[in-house]
Design a protein around this ligand. Structure first.
Ligand code: ZN
Length: 508
């Protein structure tokens, strides 16, 4: 039995997004738990599909004594404020000093955190922790699929373990894998060789999905390299590939991979083979996108003969990637083309949601909806909105991505435009439209809707692809710019290509 400290600090930072991540965003609950510290951490994360929940459960099963530090996450947004970062660090700093010594540390990190005062949020956190616990203590961290895995992170952690799915249906499972690796490292006490590689082109999120090629085959290979080599006892203990988070204006933005094991040659060979496999697929990271009007018209045409919903993915206004989840480009197009019965969710507009509560079910409110932040100069959509159903925003997720999540996202409402028959699901806090319960909570059974528009890039596929006739990818206004050529980068490293088969970045 070992004494293992566990904690986490998660943020996915889109440096081009309009809203920063503040301390209040880390403190409060949304789709994920609020700030947790000490003994309350264990029960607070239980049942969620998040890495620390899986790690805690597995480490306990393995008989270890856990020392809970602090854990917090905020919805994807722009830079983590220096204030928020330093407040979180204060908790880690005092808990590490007060509750040590430890035999090991497990950390639940994202890998794409950028703070106002550091480009590498996780690398800086690991550097500070090392300064307290020393160079030798085993530190294993789990990482999001979208980590921009930096050389510092790879160098400072004993081992890093990433998700293998996008939609991320394996978040808790990744925490379990990290726990098992930590347990193995503690038992074996052998030196671990690390092979780290960065790839030289950015991959837009929308083409990173592991439900489709080429990511599907690449991640099959990740699993094979780890399992195959393990079974042949060739000394590989862990293989991680992170396709990266392009909307991050930092030098170490982009895909990377890291392989660990006891046999240096096998580890290096596996890293090279995986890097080659990703490079060989470069041209395959591509697909078709529709502008909002074309998407609305195509959806109407398809819906005439479809037996299941035509799903429109509003991929650029994904709050799970820093979008405001309130842009109205696609909503306006659906209304313009009178897409009767279409439902779009979720539009995050606290004032409109509160107004719906005041208006009451069955009544009509004439007001603007959406564009609360005003991204890209948009203005709210004014119409006669009938308040069809209200909800308190407290419910539990049931899909493969958000299953077990205890949502607390403020008052919600289903409102319908009297003229076009288009409906909107309103909410108060930003969470990605990736679980059918978000719609059922306000009386919509998603499988019966002819056209369903979702503010999500890829995660929606976990729960909605099985009920969809087809999925159209829409390029409507939003802060998660899909085409890296449109992002005003200043800090990328020279020589990286801005997208698959795209031009080399030559500097700002
Ligand atoms: Zn992710």
């Amino acid at each position: 039995m070992a004494r293992i400290a566990v904690g986490g600090f998660q943020h996915e930072t889109n440096t081009f997004a309009p809203q920063q991540a503040t301390w209040a965003d880390f403190e409060r609950a949304d789709a994920w738990p609020p700030l947790l510290r000490g003994p309350e951490l264990i029960g607070g994360v239980e049942g969620f599909n998040i890495p620390i929940a899986g790690a805690v459960q597995r480490l306990r099963e393995l008989g270890h004594e856990l020392v809970p530090l602090a854990w917090a996450a905020a919805p994807p947004a722009s830079y983590v404020t220096e204030d928020a970062y330093e407040r979180m660090w204060t908790l880690f700093d005092s808990d590490l000093r007060a509750h040590g010594p430890f035999d090991a540390i497990y950390l639940d990190l994202h890998g794409a955190m950028v703070a106002e005062h550091t480009q590498d949020g996780e690398g800086e956190l690991l550097r500070r922790i090392r300064a307290i616990v020393g160079e030798e203590l085993p530190i294993v961290a789990s990482l999001d699929y979208h980590a921009n895995l930096t050389p510092d992170m790879a160098g400072l952690a004993t081992a890093l373990v990433g998700y293998r799915t996008y939609p991320h249906v394996d978040m808790a499972a990744t925490g379990r894998r990290a726990a098992e690796l930590l347990d193995q490292l503690l038992k074996e006490r052998r030196p671990v060789h690390r092979a780290y590689r960065q790839l030289d082109f950015l991959i837009p999120l929308v083409w990173q999905c592991t439900f489709i090629e080429p990511a599907k085959s690449i991640f099959d290979l990740v699993g094979e390299l780890e399992a195959g080599e393990k079974s042949h006892n060739q000394g590989i203990v862990s293989v991680t590939h992170t396709p990266g988070f392009p909307p991050a204006d930092i030098a170490q933005c982009g895909p990377a991979l890291v392989v660990y094991g006891h046999d240096k040659e096998a580890v290096e060979a596996a890293a090279d083979r995986l890097a080659q496999a990703v490079k060989a697929q470069e041209a395959a990271f591509a697909g078709e996108m529709f502008d909002p009007d074309a998407a609305a018209l195509r959806a109407l045409e398809l819906a005439r003969t479809a037996s299941k919903p035509v799903v429109l993915a509003d991929v650029q206004d994904n709050p799970g990637a820093g979008g405001t989840s309130d842009t109205v480009g696609l909503l306006s197009a659906l209304m313009r083309h009178k897409a009767k019965g279409a439902v779009i969710g979720m539009i995050v507009d606290e004032a409109a949601a509160q107004a719906a509560v005041e208006t009451g079910e069955g009544n009509i409110m004439r007001r603007g909806i959406g564009a609360a932040v005003g991204y890209a100069g948009e203005t709210p959509v004014v119409a006669d909105w009938r308040v069809v159903k209200l909800g308190d925003g407290i419910f539990t997720g049931t899909g493969p991505f958000y299953g077990g999540a205890r949502f607390q996202i403020g008052p919600m409402a289903l409102v319908t435009d009297e003229a076009s028959g288009v409906s909107v699901v309103l909410a108060c806090r930003r969470v990605q439209a990736a679980d059918q319960e978000m719609f059922r909570h306000v009386g919509v059974e998603p499988s019966t809707v002819p056209i369903l528009a979702l503010k999500s890039t890829v995660h929606f596929r976990a729960d909605f692809q099985p009920i969809a006739e087809t999925i159209l990818v829409v390029r409507s206004p939003g802060a998660h710019i899909t085409d890296p050529l449109e992002m005003p980068y200043k800090h990328l490293r020279k020589g990286i290509r801005l997208k698959p088969m795209g031009p080399v970045w030559e500097g700002a």
